[in-house]
Design a protein around this ligand. Structure first.
Ligand SMILES: Nc1ncnc2c1ncn2[C@@H]1O[C@H](COP(=O)(O)OP(=O)(O)OP(=O)(O)O)[C@@H](O)[C@H]1O
Length: 594
């Protein structure tokens, strides 16, 4: 979770959305829809959508038939015609069965389209976020809040809201097309008396009235409902913060228990939930304001139709039956044309979702934060890692370390030391290409690069041990199984050999920090690195175990070149030489007063 300014709050947009421009959401929508619906799987989904639309129209037709059925049934009853009543009853059963079948199948097809599109969307976002280095790029830049929510929740909402709204609007268009001609015909020509005498002939006046009435209603809906999009975006943001906070607690369960922090965590989580609640209240208030317009509008459409059709009846253009028919047609035209009034809250939610996805896509596409390899790095002419005047800076360019020169040749082992917080881990990350804020020149060796890195915090995915030791490669262990077993024995984890082919386990929770560090080293050595960057990877081991584990590196053929961040004598002694890193603020030793 990167806490950024609330989207939705005036003047408080998330940084990732700051460069949003007009039409951005539409372009983002097209980018997320067209490539799917143009490919074969998407075309099949589009076909399903078309079928769902056809079934929705069929449901409208069945509705008409069921309406007409009333006349048949009650007419037969009135005539006391038992045969006709029986036939009408059979019709009723048949129409009901048809309606159930059509409705169920339509809903199923809609779900299918949603799932297929969401699957494509999710894979696309996962690939761009995780597969192409976006995860660390976005996290390190702090550019975007809750990317996990954008992948999990926003992709789901985008597909379901779009399918639902598109179907609804298409049906409204069909109904509008069906009824507008009927209404025009029934309207006839109204002679409007003019003040100075004479009259103005107004053809299709009911259509004009319906379009004006619905048009104004759409405008009012837009005006009243506009704040809903911002509020919905803020709600999604806060819900995600709340959920992420709870999920992160699960990783720190034992620490919270040992610190006795349960009550405090409950308070903190309640505080985050309070932000959810406050915005939910704002949202509810805005929905109430909106409903104060939408509800009377829905209820009065039929009544208004009475007043609109009455002049034609009074002028003798329509009989009572015609007026009733015109009322139905007028209401349908208004309701279809004023579709925005009915769907605005969902449109606002869709806008919020699109805004979040657009910001996510923009942040992912921002090559300004591309990390691997960073601009300072280039391939060396020689087979050595060469650093010339390299200094690490903060993301806003403040120097953290004094420049350093270093040449690391194959098979050499160099310890990188310095006070805590100097920037040793960041320098290692910069060499590996993961920290872009660096000055000076880094020449990567010609062969054997990229390096294998053993980070300070060992990360072991919750896979079977064999797979966790292959990570990030994806394959079978058999080739290196014997080697893995030998290394596990060598680092004192022989008891885990049986787990190599065992079920997935949560290694991060079930092993001690020292055991995890040893596993991380085993994993690194299994990759037979030529260049090894180690960040205090034996800090949790006792001196004897540390010596034993580090000796494994020397026994490799050929031994890798090692740059190792180290604080402790055992690790430093295992290296050929020591390079010290100083904070930028320190006075260089040669300039220090005697
Ligand atoms: N992702 C980050 N974003 C911003 N600042 C960071 C980040 N990681 C580390 N820093 C800051 O950069 C400085 C150097 O951090 P670094 O982890 O490189 O220190 P270190 O020398 O490895 O420390 P230690 O020996 O305690 O592990 C610290 O002041 C730290 O707060």
């Amino acid at each position: 979770m990167t806490v950024t300014a609330d989207p939705g709050r005036p003047g408080g947009r998330a940084r990732g959305t700051a460069r949003r421009h007009r039409g951005g959401r539409l372009r983002c929508f097209l980018r997320l829809a067209l490539p799917f619906f143009l490919r074969p799987a998407g075309r099949a989904a589009a076909l399903k959508f078309t079928l769902a639309f056809g079934l929705a129209i069929a449901a409208v037709w069945i509705g008409f038939e069921r309406n007409a059925w009333n006349q048949t049934f009650f007419g037969a009853l009135e005539r006391r015609d038992a045969d006709a009543v029986f036939r009408a009853t059979l019709d009723w059963i048949w129409l009901l069965a048809l309606l159930v079948g059509v409705s169920v199948q339509r809903a199923y097809l809609e779900r299918m389209v949603e799932i297929e599109w969401r699957t494509w969307l999710t894979r696309r976002l996962l690939d761009r976020w995780l597969g192409r280095g976006g995860l660390w790029r976005l996290e390190s830049a702090g550019r975007i809040d809750n990317p996990d929510q954008r992948v999990a929740e926003d992709a789901r909402l985008l597909s379901s809201l779009t399918v639902e709204l598109t179907l609804r609007v298409l049906l409204d268009v069909v109904e509008l097309g069906l009824y507008i001609g009927v209404l025009w015909y029934l309207s006839g020509t109204l002679a409007l008396p003019l003040p100075g005498g004479g009259s103005l002939d107004l053809p299709g006046y009911m259509v004009i009235a319906a379009v004006l009435y619905a048009g104004i209603a759409n405008l009012v809906a837009h005006r009243l409902g506009r704040p809903l999009a911002g509020l919905a975006a803020r709600q999604q943001h806060r819900e995600a913060d709340f959920r992420f906070g709870l999920a992160r607690l699960r990783d720190a369960a034992i620490e919270v228990a040992l610190l006795g922090g349960g009550r405090r965590e409950a308070g903190l989580a309640a505080g985050r939930f309070d932000a959810v609640r406050r915005n939910a209240l704002d949202l509810a208030r805005r929905h109430r304001i909106y409903a104060l317009f939408q509800t009377p509008f829905s209820y009065t459409v039929l009544n208004i139709s009475m007043f609109v059709t009455a002049p034609a009846y009074l002028a003798g253009q329509l009989d009572l039956g015609g007026m009733m028919q015109a009322r139905g047609a007028f209401s349908t035209v208004v309701a279809s044309f004023a579709t925005l009034v009915f769907v605005y809250p969902k449109v606002a939610e869709l806008m919020a979702v699109l805004g979040r996805l657009e910001a996510f896509e923009q942040a992912l596409a921002d090559r300004g934060h591309r990390l691997c390899p960073h601009p300072a790095a280039r391939a060396a002419a020689s087979d050595a890692l060469v650093l010339e005047g390299v200094a690490v800076t903060t993301s806003d360019g403040q120097p953290l370390t004094r420049p350093i020169d270093l040449v690391l040749r194959p098979g050499e082992k160099v310890a990188l030391t310095g006070a805590s917080g100097t920037g040793k881990s960041l320098l290692l990350s910069a060499i590996a290409g993961a920290w872009p804020h660096v000055t000076g020149r880094i020449d990567r060796p010609r062969t054997g690069w990229p390096p294998v890195v053993v980070p300070q915090r060992p990360y072991l995915p919750g896979l079977a041990l064999g797979d966790a030791l292959l990570y990030p490669a994806d394959g079978d262990l058999p080739e290196s199984r014997a080697e893995a077993a030998r290394l596990l024995e060598a680092v004192g984890l022989g008891r885990l050999v049986a787990d190599l082919d065992g079920p997935p386990r949560d290694w991060d929770r079930q092993l001690s920090p020292g055991e995890r560090q040893r596993l991380a080293l085993v994993r690194a050595l299994l990759r037979r690195p030529r260049w090894l960057l180690i960040d205090e990877a034996t800090s949790a081991l006792d001196a004897e175990a540390e010596t034993r584990v580090l000796a494994l590196i020397d026994r490799m053929h050929p031994p890798p070149a090692v740059l190792m961040v180290a604080h402790r004598p055992v690790a430093i002694a295992a290296c050929d030489r020591v390079v010290e890193l100083y904070p930028a603020a320190d006075v260089p030793p040669d300039q220090a007063p005697a």
